[in-house]
Design a protein around this ligand. Structure first.
Ligand code: MG
Length: 318
């Protein structure tokens, strides 16, 4: 083997190695509070790169693997500490957000499938919901499950193709971009929020009395709503605004802080809406989840890569 070829091989191998970013990529704003979120020596690790557009991370505790979406490549992928990256489902109907239901079954928002799908124990896929008011959904984006088993998901129009001449989304049947509550017990689907531009990530507070919903459209903010016993939401209020990019996927930790994807990585907010600090990434983050065997790893899907960082807290809910 000639030297240039060896050099190319070496450079290729280096590029494939997991890369640790510097601890300086943690940027506290409220240092004392941020120190409760992440170990002082926490390092952001790039677990994989070279992907299309990553989204929808969810930790599967039974299997000990992370599942996430590569939307444009029409794949669901899996990652584990021992096995690295492997395929999970393809085609995925351009899967986006994922979560688990109370029985541990994988729920997936599908852009081109225009539905929320559930993976049964035997691996088959069933449609959970694909219509509201007799019309097809736009392109379900992200989903959470409440302790009562109801599914809450957002339905922006990102997955619908734009007609270059009219600039209109093609095939849109809904009169807006709504947030829905679906009760698998009754099959009923209710639009709980109708006034978002592009509803995206969503997460309950630890006691489920609050629901946070990100608007990744022009408002680029997160709103918070009081959740009524009947499953209805109040009018809500703006919880925080992102100063770098817009919020996409969000999570709440067990102590009630809101962790939002952002243009500069991840931004952590105190329950009162103040910025606690940032996890800076070289790529814009689209989503995140707590996981790992002890629940203290934050997995971040950011454009072409998957990142992870150890945390001092675990996530709320499932
Ligand atoms: Mg999203």
């Amino acid at each position: 083997m000639k030297t240039p070829a060896r050099l190319r091989l070496l450079l290729t191998l280096i590029a494939l190695l997991p890369a640790s970013l510097e601890a300086a990529d943690l940027a506290p704003v409220d240092a004392a509070e941020f120190a409760r979120c992440l170990p002082a020596d926490a390092k952001v690790e790039r677990l994989a790169t070279g992907l299309g557009f990553t989204e929808g991370p969810v930790w599967l505790p039974r299997e000990g693997v992370l599942v996430f979406s590569d939307i444009p490549k029409d794949q669901l992928l899996r990652w584990s500490p021992a096995g690295g990256i492997a395929g999970f489902r393809e085609p995925s109907r351009n899967a986006n957000g994922n979560t688990l239901d109370l029985q541990g079954r994988l729920l997936t928002c599908e852009h081109s499938g225009r539905r929320v799908a559930r993976r049964e124990a035997d691996g088959t896929l069933v449609t959970v919901v694909d219509r509201f008011d007799g019309r097809r959904l736009n392109s379900p984006n992200d989903i959470v499950v409440k302790a009562d088993g109801t599914l809450w998901f957002t339905d922006p129009e990102y997955g619908l193709k734009t007609n270059p001449a009219t600039k209109q989304r093609e095939g849109k049947e809904q009169p807006g971009n709504f947030v829905y509550r679906h009760d698998p017990a009754t099959g009923a689907t209710t639009a709980v929020v109708r006034d978002f531009v592009q509803p995206n990530g969503l997460a309950f507070s630890p006691d489920e009395k609050l629901l946070y919903i990100a608007d990744s459209g022009t408002p680029r903010h997160i709103r918070v709503f009081a959740v009524g016993a009947d499953g209805r939401l109040d009018a809500g209020r703006v919880f925080c605004r992102l100063d770098q990019g817009g919020p996409d996927g969000i999570r709440v930790d067990r102590e009630g802080r809101v962790w939002s994807s952002s243009g500069d990585g991840v931004q952590v907010f105190h329950p009162d809406g103040r910025l606690v600090g940032r996890i800076l990434l070289p790529e814009s983050a689209a989503n995140l989840c707590f996981g790992g065997p002890d629940g203290r790893t934050l997995y971040i899907t950011a454009r072409k890569s998957l990142y992870a960082v150890r945390t001092s807290v675990t996530g709320a809910g499932r």
